[in-house]
Design a protein around this ligand. Sequence first.
Ligand code: SAM
Length: 360
Amino acid sequence: MSTAQPTVPDGMRADVELAQRGRSEMQFLQAMRAGLRPLQARLRERLEKEAALEEAAGDIARLREAADEVLAEDPRLGIAGAALRWNRAVLTPRAVDAFEERADELAPKAAPPAPEKIADRGEEAVPRYWRYEFHGTAGGWDGHEHMGFIHHELVYRYLLVPSFPGDIFGQRTRVAELAPRDTYTDICDLGCGTGQFTLKLAQAYPEARVTGVDLSLAELRYAQRRAAEAGTEWDLVRAPAEDTGLDGESFDLVASFILLHEMPPHAIRKVFAEAFRLLRPGGDLVFSDVAPYRLRSPYQAWYDDWDAENGHEPWWRTAATIDLVEVARTAGFTDIRQEALGQQSYPWVTVARKPMEGLA
Ligand SMILES: C[S@@+](CC[C@H](N)C(=O)[O-])C[C@H]1O[C@@H](n2cnc3c(N)ncnc32)[C@H](O)[C@@H]1O
């Protein structure tokens, strides 16, 4: 198993060193993921040879049943699933331990600049589904005071960057640049997390006032830090993306990056309606999320769904099957188009416009 230090691309701080124990634990988890790939490749060969998936293509429930039938006697599926679930479940706790080992040094690198400037709609505004322990992480998005740093410096650096296909930071830049106009004055990033995509928006449209909305205080604190380190300042708001409490018609671009697959379908519809409310007439929406199953091969669709289930992603299937064109149209948008920007149809971007008054 390789324990080479992964390369850290643009968009990440590169000065985070862990104590040897923490680093080797993170590298073990990363190497374990790589070690599972040959097992998954054998499963893929078997499924594709049997052609069972072709007959069920287009219907994810039938695809799952067909694969279960083919692999019913194959212990490799259970082993791969158990290994994946274990890996995901311990990933953040191990990153928290690694952080704690050097907390004296790392906490100052993780803390937001003083004074902390985050408007907060309070606990009552938090929807119940957000409390789910996404990715199996104990405590969910806010499970540690410095979860923003832990997730985005340690988990991203040691686990996501090495195991994810494509350039996960460059993808955010490309989505930001896909917005139809050359300039914007007021941009809102829904589900901004620690501000990885927010930063790309701010860089693509340097004249704009930028607002980030998220439900995780820990992530928002790190977003404030990221903005300060980039020499800028964003308005940060802790609120649900589907009910931000921000003034209507106060933005000309509302965007999001990998927010929708964290939400149940009724919330996705509300987010589009909220984006419509927030936009001025003629304003643009740019939402990017996971690839629809219909654009994937039967094997890939099966794998995405199986992986999401074993990776504690309860709403992935919804995001991969919902018709976002219909959702956008129902919310009132026009000029709706969709585009796959990278390999394997990801990022999958929906672009739409709020009509000028009288033209709807
Ligand atoms: C996968 S992260 C993406 C963060 C960021 N957009 C990026 O590009 O790195 C998803 C974020 O959505 C936030 N989130 C999930 N449901 C939300 C909701 N209903 N309202 C606001 N934020 C939400 C989570 O707290 C998390 O920070």
